[in-house]
Design a protein around this ligand. Structure first.
Ligand code: 5RP
Length: 262
């Protein structure tokens, strides 16, 4: 029930709920990954069920694809869609220029491909994700399993010449085995603490053979919808330079919570 949600979950929920206002009939929509994006998929599915909204969803992970199908959203592949009207996704950090760190859930590669193939990317986030400078959240790198330790060593060496505050790196684990992405790759998390020049870092790490993609999303996000635990929602549009505030009521949303197992 909504009353039992933590303030963070309420913040994620209201951001997600607001984001579906941007979805119009007939759109092809990129569906992000993570707990905030899962709220958005539920809100979208409710519009499909209750209001007859017709959309095609392109998921950014097998997790999201399963959820969307289960809830009755028409799911297609990116190659079928070719180009998307809108992608809505969560983030681990965003800064004042709406640059992001993503990949906490390990789906950064598909997320970046899908967002880049969209007219617009809307990020939904609780207010705790906002930072002055990116980097407190570990930056994920998706790497090819072949020679991953060599890739890790080369990345560590490269970090010496880059404007970062920490240089530790770690292989992401799933229990006692490496975490495997949907593309069959590993994730190396970079514990940088502060990224002085995100654009330079993103370009440098992607030059490294073995690195498939990094979790920095630079100049990709157009709008961030920031949710607060008290129901306040801010919509920040980087292209329009606008910030709009509104408030959402949890009580209207009981349908969405009734089938939640967790
Ligand atoms: C997954 C992501 C997520 O969007 C990010 O980790 C935020 O997740 P959450 O909404 O659960 O806080 O990038 O790869």
């Amino acid at each position: 029930m909504p009353g039992e949600l933590s303030p963070i979950d309420k913040a994620k929920f209201v951001a997600a709920r607001k984001s579906v206002d941007y979805v119009e009939d007939g759109m092809r929509v990129g569906l992000g990954t993570g707990s905030t994006a899962a709220w958005m998929v539920r809100c979208l599915a409710e519009l499909v069920r209750e209001n007859g909204l017709r959309i095609k969803g392109v998921p950014t992970s097998t997790r999201t694809a399963e959820l969307a199908r289960e809830l009755g959203i028409d799911v297609i592949s990116l190659d079928e869609a070719k180009w998307l009207d809108l992608t809505i996704d969560g983030a681990d950090e965003f800064d004042g220029d709406l640059n992001l760190i993503k990949g906490g859930g390990g789906a950064l590669l598909q997320e970046k491909i899908v967002a880049t193939a969209s007219d617009q990317m809307i990020v939904i986030a609780d207010v705790a994700k906002e930072v002055d400078t990116l980097g407190a959240f570990p930056l994920p790198l998706e790497v090819i399993p072949f020679g991953w330790q060599t890739t890790q060593a080369l990345v560590e060496e490269m970090l010496i010449s880059l404007d970062v505050m920490g240089r530790e790196t770690s292989l992401r684990m799933n229990g006692d085995r490496p975490f495997i992405t949907d593309e069959g790759n590993y994730i190396i998390d970079l514990h940088l603490n502060r990224i002085g020049n995100a654009r330079q870092l993103a370009m440098a790490v992607n030059q490294m053979p073995g690195v498939v993609e990094n979790g920095l999303f630079i100049d990709i996000c157009d709008v961030v919808i920031v949710g607060h635990g008290n129901g306040k929602v801010e919509v920040r549009d980087i292209n329009e330079g606008t910030v709009e505030e509104s408030r959402l009521d949890f009580l209207e949303e009981e349908n969405l919570f009734s089938d939640l197992g967790e």
